[in-house]
Design a protein around this ligand. Sequence first.
Ligand SMILES: NC(=O)c1ccc[n+]([C@@H]2O[C@H](COP(=O)([O-])OP(=O)(O)OC[C@H]3O[C@@H](n4cnc5c(N)ncnc54)[C@H](O)[C@@H]3O)[C@@H](O)[C@H]2O)c1
Length: 352
Amino acid sequence: MKVLVTGSGGLIGFETVAFFLKKDVEVIGIDNNMRRYFFGEKGDTTGNIQFLKGLNKKFTNLNLDIRDREKIMKVFTEKGPFDLVVHTAAQPSHDWAAKEPFTDFDVNAVGTLNLLEAFRLHSSKGVFIFTSTNKVYGDTPNKVKLLELEKRYKYDEHQTMNGVSTEGISEEMTLDDNTHSIFGASKAAADIMAQEYGRYFKLNVGIFRGGCLTGPQHSAVELHGFLAYIVDCAINNKPYTIFGYKGKQVRDQIHSKDVVSLFYEFYKNPKQGIAYNLGGGKENSASILEVIDVLENDFRLKLKYTLSDQNRIGDHLCYYSDLTKLKKDYPNWKITISIKDMIKEMIEWRTK
Ligand SMILES: NC(=O)c1ccc[n+]([C@@H]2O[C@H](COP(=O)([O-])OP(=O)(O)OC[C@H]3O[C@@H](n4cnc5c(N)ncnc54)[C@H](O)[C@@H]3O)[C@@H](O)[C@H]2O)c1
């Protein structure tokens, strides 16, 4: 088996590479550390690449830009064919995207097309996994009927909107008639193109629309990686700003290990151009205020925070993924790591 992982130094890419190296599979990574350009020194992922190189000699990382169409094609002709391509390289923040829309679109949308086309021409018997985002639904989740509780929002059980129930947001939600943010739009373009490569060209392509994906080695920054960033602030006594919604905004968290175990299930039983919502689901959902409580009550970490009235444009008030479709298609897969366990692991990783 031969696997290609783009974004190999990032959170999900790293976990994917580690997963296959532990199976003694040959893995080619592509990562040019562009995360450092996006987020500065704190976003640097070279340490992750070094770590992976030490895990198994079957890992090679290529310092390539996914925007470079010719070089990407060459990777497929010279190192392929690949049995599995896991495409995670991206500009991942919607705040950052508005600063450089061309860069964001070239990386997220055009970069994805470069990989899909190389895959079609040179690895068409394989499986392609694209890491999309729940931002493809734009701010539609904010039009859902919510109940406001003391520390969080929750979905009202009397919903009329398509794609939402108390189980969460399903793939039935519309992608139209909303504000996506520049990032959401570039990812939606890539998401639809990936679906098309599955359906039109009849290739094995899975699209996974992530909620909050996280893990201990997440090199979090203020604009991206909420759980890891809040843990960083609590440990280092750094002030944390909650942007709007009184801190009651809800997110579902999924550990990168649970993400990758799902990718493996998809690889073993692929489908053509199917999109799934992927997150921790209802069980692994929490508001910012609830996370702050867990930090204080379970780990004796008191966070210094301020509440700003200004929410981020397009930021969801409440989002957790309905995992029904995923669980039906992949019954062997389940979430194994709870939010508390994630926080515990993050603290241990940062204080060891
Ligand atoms: N982490 C989350 O909460 C989350 C949520 C929803 C969706 N996603 C999606 O999942 C994927 C992975 O997210 P992540 O958190 O692992 O991101 P990440 O930022 O940790 O990793 C992405 C990696 O891609 C690399 N990269 C960026 N541009 C590149 C380019 N032009 N060429 C080569 N490499 C490049 C970066 O250097 C980085 O190491 C992304 O597509 C993201 O949009 C993530």
